[in-house]
Design a protein around this ligand. Structure first.
Ligand SMILES: *Cc1c(COP(=O)(O)O)cnc(C)c1O
Length: 361
């Protein structure tokens, strides 16, 4: 068996060590005679998995006590609707900073419940930059300000997320969480679907400032109520135990590798190598994102024509590299460099790019 270098945007690569451990524990979890997915979520075994996972995630991300942590069955898109229901009154203003595809999805999910306002947008420029802070027009009465920390499709990232006014800052960190140090206390809410940088698909994480849970929000079923979910340790109903367990293994792996400081170092190294290869290709490969907004996690790039893009995808696959086809919204190639993607994978990609250009350039 040989595992490919996996550059998939999500669901994405998991560390081999995590997969091997899950395989080894699959049939008999710690001498219980059953798989962890066959045990009650309220039993001592899974309760321990859940508690360890939260404790390790708090350590990994330096989450202060002021913030609660939720493990959710819905992914990032579900949270985009739920946060409107939980933290805004019906029709209340919410400010959105629009830096790519996922920012627009966030607006769409909130639109039935709130007054969606675009505080700033880089769409006119084709999402090749993040809107600079002095262009943001914030509403005095906004329930919250929403930003997308990293735009997975357009490859645009806030390297430093600006300070906002009185309204709390809510941020979609689906594709960049745990890729570097972050001051969680600056955020009202951070959320992420796990399948990019935290673990498998089927579970999400919400990190929310506890005082915000006292907001009345809008009429909603209890299952959609974050405060109720926090009070019941994310177990109002049967949680996605397998996904939660895998997420826990992955968080433990990240801590063992050196935590977010180490992943910040690796992310710089990987993304710098790839951008240098693109910029040094004499225009054969192109990435048009402004230098200070280039994503460290998702690197979209283009060859001279769509036929070469397709050939690149086919030949890279044959060379043991998968997941490089660009998103259909933008085309081209996209390499996702999440924490589980080793530096060697990027070195191999850069070598392949040079070789490909020699043969087809
Ligand atoms: C993948 C992604 C989403 C959507 O996540 P789901 O878990 O599929 O809902 C939202 N935002 C960003 C930034 C993403 O990368």
């Amino acid at each position: 068996m040989s595992r490919a270098f996996n550059f998939s945007a999500g669901p994405a690569a998991l560390p081999e060590a995590v997969l091997v451990r899950a395989r080894d524990e699959l049939l008999d979890w710690h001498g219980t005679g059953a798989s962890i997915v066959e045990l009650s979520h309220r039993g001592p075994e899974f309760m321990q998995v859940a508690a360890d996972t939260e404790a390790n995630l708090r350590t990994l991300l330096s989450i202060p006590d002021s913030h609660a942590v939720l493990f959710t069955a819905g992914g990032a898109t579900t949270q985009q609707a739920l946060m409107a229901l939980n933290f805004a009154t019906p029709g209340q203003a919410v400010d959105f900073v629009v830096s790519g595809h996922w920012s627009k999805v966030a607006m769409k999910q909130a639109a039935p419940y709130v007054d969606v306002r675009i505080a700033a947008s880089s769409e006119a420029g084709g999402f090749r930059d993040v809107p600079s802070r002095d262009e943001w027009k914030l509403s005095p009465d906004a329930a919250y300000v929403h930003v997308t920390a990293n735009e997975t499709i357009h490859g645009v990232e806030f390297r430093d997320i600006p300070v906002v006014g009185n309204a709390p800052l809510f941020a979609d960190f689906s594709s960049s969480i745990a890729s570097g140090p972050l001051d969680v206390s600056k955020f009202g809410l951070i959320y992420a679907g796990a399948q990019k940088n935290l673990g498998p698909v089927g579970v999400g994480v919400v990190i929310v400032r506890r005082d915000l849970l006292e907001r009345v929000g809008q009429p909603r079923a209890n299952i959609f109520n974050y405060a109720s979910q926090v009070a019941s340790d994310s177990m109002l109903n049967t949680p996605p135990t397998w996904n939660w367990y895998l997420l826990g293994l992955n968080v433990k792996w990240m801590l063992g590798e050196g935590g977010v400081a180490e992943f910040a170092r690796r992310s710089e190294r990987k993304s710098n190598a790839l951008y240098a290869a693109i910029d040094g290709s004499g225009g054969f490969y192109r990435n048009e994102v402004a230098a200070n907004a280039r994503s460290r996690m998702n690197v979209p790039f283009f060859l001279p024509d769509a036929e070469l893009d397709a050939r690149f995808v086919a030949e890279s696959r044959a060379a043991g590299m998968i997941g490089l086809k660009g998103h259909k919204a933008v085309g081209g190639i996209r390499a996702s460099l999440y924490n589980a993607v080793p530096v060697e994978a990027v070195d191999a990609l850069v070598g392949f790019m040079r070789d490909f250009q020699q043969r087809h350039g």
